[in-house]
Design a protein. Sequence first.
Length: 631
Amino acid sequence: MSLQIRSLEAYQKAYQESIECPADFWASIAEQFVWRKKWDKVLDYDWLKPTTQWFLGAQLNITENCLDRHLVTRPDQTAIVWEPNDPNEPSQQISYKELHSQVCSFANVLKNNGVQKGDRVCLYMPMVAELAVAVLACARIGAVHSVVFAGFSSSALAVRINDAQCKVLLTADGGFRGHKITPLKDIADEALKTCPSIQKVIVYQRTRQNITWNPSLDVWWHEELQKVNNHCPAEPMDAEDMLFILYTSGSTGKPKGMVHTCGGYMVYTAYSFQNVFQYQEGDMYWCTADIGWITGHSYIVYGPLLSGATTLMFEGVPSYHDFGRFWEICEKHKVNQFYTAPTAIRALAKYPVELVTKYDLSNLKVLGTVGEPINEEAWHWYDQHVGKHRCPIVDTWWQTETGGIMISSLAGITADKPTFATHPLPGIQPVLLDQQGNEITATKAEGILAIKHPWPSLARTIYGDHKRYKDVYFAAYPTYYFPGDGALRDAGGNYRITGRVDDVVIVSGHNLGTAPIENAVNEHEKVVESAVVGFPHEVKGNALYAYVTTYDDVVPSADLTQEIKEIVSKTIGPIAKPDKIQFVKGLPKTRSGKIMRRILRKIAAKDTSNLGDVSTLLNPEVVQDIINHSL
Ligand code: WTA
């Protein structure tokens, strides 16, 4: 199956067709998959309600498309390369045939442990290959997987298990991450004190540490596998049946369980994977995300396997055994497409460039980024030192809610532009809205990003709370999907995501996005990273507060403060100059690497009495330090 666009003209043609007749366009893409039953209707939607349905009446099982189909054409090709945390432990190669067998076996384990079609299964697992196997095993029997990132705390895990009323929990004794071992089973035990819906815990043995055993709930993964064979027919699923739930944090309240369905998600993740990354037969593709995030779901597991690709899974962290590990892995496995996050790029760029240049990166063809706006400096570092100016960079804008990449260049086919996600994929109709919700017609403009027409992999609802789904995504600007991001569009129609709309600060009546200001601050050669927020100001309404991290050998000074202000003044204008600049040891980050500006806003406003829950942060310890030294 090739869904690939191979020229600029072909992209333009596909885009045009996808806009003029979306149903015909997506039907022709969907034809290339294996369906048990074809659809009666391609698309039905009403975004005032809101409802969206794709491939109505069709039946399929996504694992037949990820696995069974490839047994004929590529049984012995490696499906998954697994690279362990410890570089001295051997990596694993799992062929499509072996993966199929493992998935079927584990699907039988799930069935033996009472899992039925429609049941929710929570996965709280390290990045072992069995995590991917278990995800697919759920899909095989029509159970709904809810993967919870293995860095979350017991209370965060409990909230997610309870929200989805999961029946079975899959976990491990522990997980290796760099020098650390995460005691996953202990954390899960703590969570389960408040999770009555869980009837079984299937424990994968990884670290072999001591754990507490609860005979009424716990069974060993490897022992259960002894009891089953590897024959498991795939459960026929309606295109609109639930495939998975994945939680994403809202700006307020409890996490939102985004619901993705089988048919549309399958079609769109394969299509976007093949086009954005331009994966070719025989390539080695690596996405560094964790399967606990949507990027891991769509672009480690489903997109690549649907496409018959070889996908690399890494158990560890970029800093172990040293900060050259990513590049060492690229050399070792001859990686061709490499996909990571700006926060990782910035972290690695702090270290001597020899950690990159000492490795042979000549197999790299495509670089990708995702998760937040990439600043100019990080983009150029990536381009120069990793891509050696020969690899296109795909800056992919999308969300947990969108299921797949929405705005991005197609590597080597459409042009990239530093800090711009560039153009929409076929089928995606972005618009810019003004504050009143009117579409801005001028090409060159800045506004609120919205999407005008459904695409197949849109999350259909928030599990158990359709009203919230409507309120968050469809109420502010009726008939549009509202992602919550701001964007600007250049004269060539390229989109640049400027950050969350709620990160806009109005200073003396001027709307200022904080992302471009951070970009400017980061331009200073001594600066590693920054976060800019607004705080109340008597005269200006709001003023700007910049939290800045510098390279280890830099001593912060009044001169440095002045120089940073000058850069901002020069790049954006004097209006954007921060009133306050605080040098900090680290910025509070979520576990997916996003800066928690909510906390920084409170500190800047000297309102630290109730900072909310900081326990889910990657580095909660920096918060007190920032408060102690706040200006
Ligand atoms: C941000 C991650 C700028 C954006 C796939 C979005 C980006 C949120 C980019 C979704 C990008 C993601 N450029 N911003 N290339 N990619 N974002 O749900 O604010 O973890 O709304 O999905 O990340 O984050 P999520």
